[in-house]
Design a binder for this molecule. Sequence first.
Ligand code: FUB
Length: 486
Amino acid sequence: MAQQQDHKDPMPDLNKVNMPLFQTKYTADPSPIVVGDTLFLFTSHDASPEDIPDENEKNSAGFFMYDWLLWSTTDMANWTEHGAVCSLKEFEWRSRDNGAWAIQTVERNGKYYLYAPLHGHGIGVLVADSPYGPFKDPLGKPLVWQKEHWDDIDPSVFVDDDGQAYMYWGNPHVYCIKLNEDMISTSGDIFVLNPADGVMRPVKEEGAKINLRIPGSQKANWKVKNYQEGPWFYKRNGKYYLAYATTCCPEALGYAMSDKPMGPWEWKGYIMRPTERDRGNHPGICDYKGRSYIFGQDYDLMHLDSYIHHERRSVSASEINYLVDGTIPEIPYWLDEKPMQQLHWLNPYQRVEAETMAWGKGLKSAKMGIPNTGVIKDMPASTGKRNMYIYDIDNGEYIRLRGVDFGAGAKQFSIAASATGSCTVTLRLDSENGPVIGTVKIGVTGSLDTYKSFATKIKGANSVHDFYLCFGDVNGEVHLDYWIFK
Ligand code: FUB
């Protein structure tokens, strides 16, 4: 067989290009939820080859997805990783140990409900008291499961102002069911959208009539065009929105609108047009601190290393606007946009987790005491919030933080680390080659579980700069917990 020719993208200028949000893991299926002043983003997790248990599958192009991840931000520029919040292991009735596809978490009356597809086994729900979990399965069975096909993926749940909750889902058809107030039981029939007239009717009446089994079918005069998967159902200023991934491949981001929660729906256009630079997509949309954002997915992180197709995706985001009639003007592809505006400066005089960053390609992260977030057999049950650390540090790698406000001037820097080896951390401003403000040497601490503080004096750090922790002289294992300036 002919070898596939490979190439990669050059590393772009991070000041100029809107790059994927996370680099420590491959991520997909972004699902935002705002809690207080924090935007949390749940994502699914494309396993890296080292986390795929079957030796023969490590380099397969397909989906290897075992757990779901959580990230948060308050400034839309620097993100903190919280690791795996739960995995397929939470669903004892699952039939496969692969298939942790797109989820959505919503809050109601102080409880967090995480709706998850168990690919080929319906959609389940987990419940927790906080977005960090621990998440538990209250039902011990699927919430919905149409056994006659594998359409039951990509749940999207919204609680309307009158208290009625709805769950939309599906590929290649879009379904909807009402949820009861307990959020873990359903009410009435499953409805399916007929794309020809945009109307939702009970599956038992409509199923045979519409062309249910032609994936991605579309016609110019249809009311809802190009639906493929990944519905994101929400309401804004009295209008209902059904954003979705448009027909594959490449998938793009499109949307329909309605005056009622269950249609009739009408296609309004692309939010982001198809491009050959992407293939799959999946929208997550929210308002945050007076702005509106769309999250989606691409292969742009993988493209820095390879163009050979693997399901190793990365989540990107962009600001969107709404016109007075509620429609959303189209936005360019992520890489054709500038980095998102930072909403507030980062305070370096309070503890900053090592896993808080704007960029950190090549580095890895893990929850303390849980070395592997990949393989299901090694996973604990959903743990809830845990401290995390950064590891797998190599020479030339760095952590970048955007917009750090050093104020009148920093005097000292300290970093909590554990090491069986050593490394030098050169602290720089503005770029990975920018002015040096200090250098700190991390040395052996006795064990990787023993964290100690390593400090250095600082010169020349005042006012607002991007801040880089640049790693060199790396020898053996070093783990980073957090850092702080004085
Ligand atoms: O991540 C697995 C699947 O790919 C999702 O369920 C779809 O929406 C697509 O993103």
